[in-house]
Ligand binder design. Structure first.
Ligand code: TXA
Ligand code: MG
Length: 347
């Protein structure tokens, strides 16, 4: 896969042509890197699913330029959507609304809704402006294999798809994604019965949304639409991961050390811990939600590379600014429940 500087205007124009021809282009956004395809081309969307190894009934987000005509994509744009768009676009907020009849259902995994987002990254903005004269939509999930950690740099995208023969024309390099975790997703498609439903927390919190709309979003119920990012297990490194409370960390470390385990460690300003035969890799992220989110996925990838038996993550703070981070860490840990107990057990 070719890596191309996102500052190269000719390359952006070329990437836009590739999308128009039905090929895939990976590109930076302020949240994470996306794997893009023409949202009006069902075959190109199918190629995204194939590349990611993702079930085809999972909907993808359509990225639009700030100039795009929303009514081409949405059957209904409720007033609350206008408020949210004015407040947060371009930016890390995805809104779910009823899909316009003309838009292929492949993009929504067959559902009658559509997820729309206007990204704030300059390279994404330039790509959207060059694609179909700024009126197209780029369908793009995060540019990672299904269930794995999202990429926050062009190098991560290459790591994810190296060796695969998938039709990815190129990855546009836009540096490290500033936000670092995926967009907040708010469902506006069932306003009458459910109000605002927060499908995925992110940098934009429920409180931010309430401040703009006057309504506090609720958590999803059983009838909420499918969100692959809301599967219990998601966003996970290959190494098992366990969240440990700060008050228990020293005890757990002592037990694992006495069992001669090999661990990797992600701390939250607990101070420096040296690497040794027991701790194969350490990352420390400051206890500021923005800073922590920015570094989270790159840190998980680095710790994963240490091939430890487990990645221990010191539980970060619990207040609302951390909701998105807590959500991703819980899902990353989901498949590993029990591994920590096994490693601590004698014998
Ligand atoms: O920050 C982001 O949102 C990144 C960047 C690339 O924009 N994209 C991203 O896409 O995280 P993805 O596909 O990895 O996660 C999108 C989530 C999925 O969980 C999907 O199920 C949900 O959005 N989604 C998309 N359209 C939807 C719809 N119509 N109804 C319900 N959920 C939807
Ligand atoms: Mg994803």
């Amino acid at each position: 896969m070719k890596k191309i500087a996102g500052s190269d205007q000719a390359a952006i124009a070329q990437a836009a042509r590739s999308l128009e021809e039905g090929r895939l282009v990976a590109f930076p956004t302020e949240t994470v890197y996306g794997l893009g395809a023409d949202a009006e081309n069902p075959e190109a969307i199918a190629a995204i699913y194939a590349a990611k190894g993702r079930p085809s009934n999972h909907p993808v987000i359509v990225h639009l330029s700030a100039q795009a005509d929303l009514h081409r994509w949405a059957a209904v744009v409720p007033p609350v959507a206008e408020k949210l768009i004015n407040a947060f676009w371009p930016g890390p907020l995805t809104i779910i609304v009823k899909r316009a009849a003309y838009i292929p259902s492949a993009v929504s995994g067959g559902q009658d809704t559509i997820g729309l987002r206007c990204p704030a990254h300059p390279v994404a903005i330039a790509l959207l402006a060059a694609f179909k004269y700024g009126q197209g939509g780029i369908a793009a999930p995060s540019a990672n294999r299904f269930g794995h950690v999202s990429p926050t740099s062009a190098e991560h995208v290459i790591e994810e798809f190296s060796g695969s023969a998938e039709p990815i024309a190129c990855v546009l390099d836009g540096g490290q994604s500033a936000v670092g975790i995926e967009s907040t997703i708010i469902d506006l498609s069932r306003m009458d019965s459910k109000g605002l439903v927060l499908l995925r927390p992110g940098q934009i919190t429920a409180e931010h949304i309430a401040a703009v709309t006057g309504m506090l979003p609720v958590s999803p119920d059983q009838s909420a639409p499918r969100v692959s990012g809301a599967l219990d297990a998601h966003y996970a490194p290959r190494t098992p991961l366990a969240l440990v409370r700060k008050s228990e960390l020293d005890k757990v470390l002592a037990i694992l050390k006495s069992r001669q385990r090999k661990i990797a460690l992600l701390t939250c300003a607990s101070g420096e811990m040296p690497k040794d035969a027991f701790v194969l890799a350490v990352k420390n992220l400051a206890p500021d939600a923005g800073h922590y989110a920015h570094g989270l996925y790159a840190s998980l990838r680095e710790l994963d590379g240490a091939h430890a038996e487990i990645i221990l993550v010191e539980m970060p703070p619990q207040d609302t600014a951390w909701d998105g981070i807590q959500d991703r860490l819980r899902r990353a840990a989901f498949d590993s429940s029990g591994v920590l107990q096994q490693l601590c057990a004698a014998g």
